[in-house]
Design a protein around this ligand. Structure first.
Ligand SMILES: C[S@@+](CC[C@H](N)C(=O)[O-])C[C@H]1O[C@@H](n2cnc3c(N)ncnc32)[C@H](O)[C@@H]1O
Length: 282
């Protein structure tokens, strides 16, 4: 649709194609730089130990995160799971022996036994799951993480009030889509409440980092702007209907957004990246 390939647009509005793989790999590099590392949970010692740990990346996309982790921690075992096998490039070409990939839809629960993982990581899944699916999957996380093991969720928080005029237009339409489909929105994701509602996690900690988007954030801010424009670009087949604009008008708005974010007059737009870590009860 609109020149992009989708897996099932009625349940996941971003494309699953080469352009999206490149966009998420680029975003992965920015996250790593901004957070100075791939995770915040206190699991490094275990992953480095001779015994190693078992790790799941849920909704792993291109597989860049588990790939880098598997190389860095050769004594640990990593699984990347996604409903679309866009991890296949790594899978076919240069997969380390301690990394495996699995094509699976997590709306059907997780295909693992109780207490399998020492560490479960999941990033950027707000648009993927509706409210009842979040409830199910968090209970599945609680079931499959070992007592004393760690859960780490990483998401972005976007408040319309912090956006430029055109960014607000796109975000408002995305929020409308999320609302219609009974998803949490980018400004109100209830991390604490959801994790606590399982009654099986403690030591819940939320860490936030603000990111300046566009010219005022320097070279890094300009790269973040490109990633964000890429998100709205990929959502064109859905958002153009919600915005009630033609193809041409949508493309012009994307162009306007890019120019606006990169203009020296953009001196305030930011988004927040969040990591929530929690320990499975012993
Ligand atoms: C925004 S991407 C994030 C990818 C990766 N976590 C990252 O941060 O680069 C969301 C991923 O979740 C996957 N996904 C969405 N719904 C899913 C589901 N129900 N089961 C498994 N994977 C799903 C998509 O195919 C996509 O690769």
């Amino acid at each position: 649709m609109d020149g992009r390939r989708f897996y099932n647009i009625s349940s996941y509005i971003l494309p699953s194609d080469y352009i999206e793989v490149k966009r998420t790999e680029f975003a992965h590099e920015l996250y790593k730089r901004h957070w100075r590392g791939n995770f915040s949970s206190p699991v490094e010692e275990l992953l480095e130990s001779s015994k190693g740990g078992r790790v799941l990346d849920c909704g792993c996309g291109s597989g860049k995160w588990p790939y880098e982790m598997a190389i860095k921690y050769p004594n640990s075992t990593f699984i990347g799971l996604d409903m679309v096998p866009i991890f296949s490039k790594i899978d076919n070409e240069n997969k380390p022996s301690n990394l495996g990939f699995l094509e699976f839809n997590i709306c059907n629960g997780l295909p693992f036994q109780n207490a399998t993982f020492d560490f479960l990581f999941q990033r950027s899944m707000i648009i993927s799951l509706n409210k009842s699916q979040w409830k199910i999957i968090l209970n599945e996380f609680a079931r499959t993480i070992k007592p004393g093991g760690w859960l780490e969720l990483m998401e972005i928080q976007i408040n319309e009030i912090d956006l430029t005029k055109t960014a607000k237009l796109f975000q408002q339409s995305l929020n409308r889509y999320l609302k219609i489909n009974n998803h949490y929105q980018f400004h109100d994701f209830p991390f604490y409440q959801l994790i606590r509602s399982t009654n099986r996690f403690n030591s819940i900690k939320l860490i936030q980092k603000k990111v300046a988007v566009g010219s005022w954030g320097g070279e890094f801010g300009l790269k973040v702007a490109d990633v964000l424009v890429g998100v709205y670009e990929g959502m064109k087949p859905t958002l153009k209907h919600i915005m009630n604009v033609t193809d041409l008008e949508y493309d012009e708005l994307l162009h306007k957004l890019s120019k606006e974010l990169k203009s020296p007059f953009n001196d305030s737009m930011y988004i927040t990246t969040l990591r929530v870590i929690a320990m499975r009860n012993r």
